[in-house]
Design a protein around this ligand. Structure first.
Ligand code: H2U
Ligand code: ZN
Length: 338
């Protein structure tokens, strides 16, 4: 048997069927590449030039109300539009395209320009959870919307255009690639074993504990065995629930709690605001029952060894498969002690 801490090995992601190469012996290699700028220091409570602050004019010309809680609006530069004709074009199976109707929204977490998830009051964060659930249900109820993707880009390194804490929702007619892979894997697991893939995985990690980072009564946050990003995590409810609108009262409070504690841990790791892209994966809204689906979130943070040295997914990753040096177990250990 190979040595987990020394020998190159590959690990399977059962949710996507893809492999990641792990090269633990390489963690000490020198870095002379690009160094990022450290994230800017403290933000003001209100920024008169922010497109998202209450009462301010947006880039598209609309003016935000003087909102006092969570605030949702239709994206002024939406990637998808509701009235797009859904026609399909297919030339010899080689040139295949399809019109894609959809709706894109922006959710400001709170009126405060400076309050990231880690610094919000639990009750205010709970309102964000309820907003996510409400948007999932409202958008998903539309005939043309079969998937609702809720995600947050945080930090300039992840392409976030505005410091005001917010997330986006893109909802559309077809399952996006990543969701489609996870759907197929969960369905296959259920058909083969009559159980849920993520329930089984959560139970196993709850026993092993080496990759656990945070937990509470209804949620677990861990570095998955097959993580690609150095400090990637997955956050999942202990109970089998297909989508965010199925969470009960306590589970919603607990989601707010674990997100706050996990993001605070990230910020402590390199003593700087930690950039990431995070988002939910959950049941499609196509009107079918999806007992195979188990709601979860993925955090994809780019930082590798400091607030200014990031991991790039290039070369081998783009052409062959993702690769990492730091083991997921070592990453979880570092997050636990942050
Ligand atoms: P990020 O989450 O990556 O920062 O993107 C912010 C989104 O907010 C982006 O999709 C939208 C952009 O189109 N936006 C507006 O809808 N109105 C504005 O006035 C500014 C930004
Ligand atoms: Zn703002």
């Amino acid at each position: 048997m190979f040595d987990w801490k020394q020998d190159p090995h590959r690990r399977l992601n059962p949710l996507t069927g893809e492999w990641v190469l792990v090269s633990p012996h390489r963690t000490q290699r020198p870095w002379q590449g690009q160094v990022e700028e450290a994230a800017r220091a403290a933000q003001p409570e209100y920024d008169p030039s922010c497109y998202l602050c209450p009462g301010n004019e947006r880039a598209g010309g609309a003016r935000n109300p003087r909102y006092t809680s969570t605030f949702v609006f239709d994206n002024d530069f939406a990637a998808l539009r509701p009235d797009t004709p859904p026609d399909r074009f297919d030339q010899d199976g080689l040139l295949v395209a399809q019109g894609e109707p959809g709706i894109c929204r922006v959710v400001c977490f709170s009126p405060r320009h400076d309050l990231t998830i880690a610094h919000m009051e639990p009750a205010d964060l709970r309102r964000v959870v309820d907003t996510w659930a409400g948007q999932y249900r409202e958008l998903g109820a539309r005939e043309s919307i079969r998937y609702v993707q809720i995600f947050e880009n945080r930090g300039a390194m992840m392409g976030c255009s505005n410091a005001h804490p917010h997330c986006q929702i893109w909802s559309n007619s077809h399952l996006p690639n990543e969701v489609s892979k996870e759907q197929a894997a969960q369905l296959e697991w259920r058909e083969a074993r009559a159980r849920c893939l993520i329930c089984d995985y959560a139970a196993l990690e709850a026993t092993r504990r080496e990759r656990l980072v945070e937990e509470n009564a209804s949620w677990m946050a861990l570095v998955p065995f097959w993580a690609v990003w150095p400090f990637e995590t997955m956050v999942m409810p202990r109970r089998h629930v297909a989508a965010i609108d199925g969470l009960d009262n306590a589970e919603r409070d607990d989601l707010a709690d674990i997100l706050k504690r996990l993001t605070a841990r990230y910020d402590r790791l390199f003593a700087a605001p930690f950039p990431y892209s995070m988002g939910f994966h959950q049941s499609p809204t196509d009107g079918e029952a999806h007992p195979e689906w188990h709601l979860h979130l993925h955090f994809h943070p780019p930082l590798l060894r400091s607030a200014t040295v990031r991991k790039f997914l290039v070369g081998y990753e783009l052409l062959a498969a993702p690769q990492r040096d730091l083991t997921p177990e070592a990453a979880a250990e570092r997050l636990r002690s942050a």
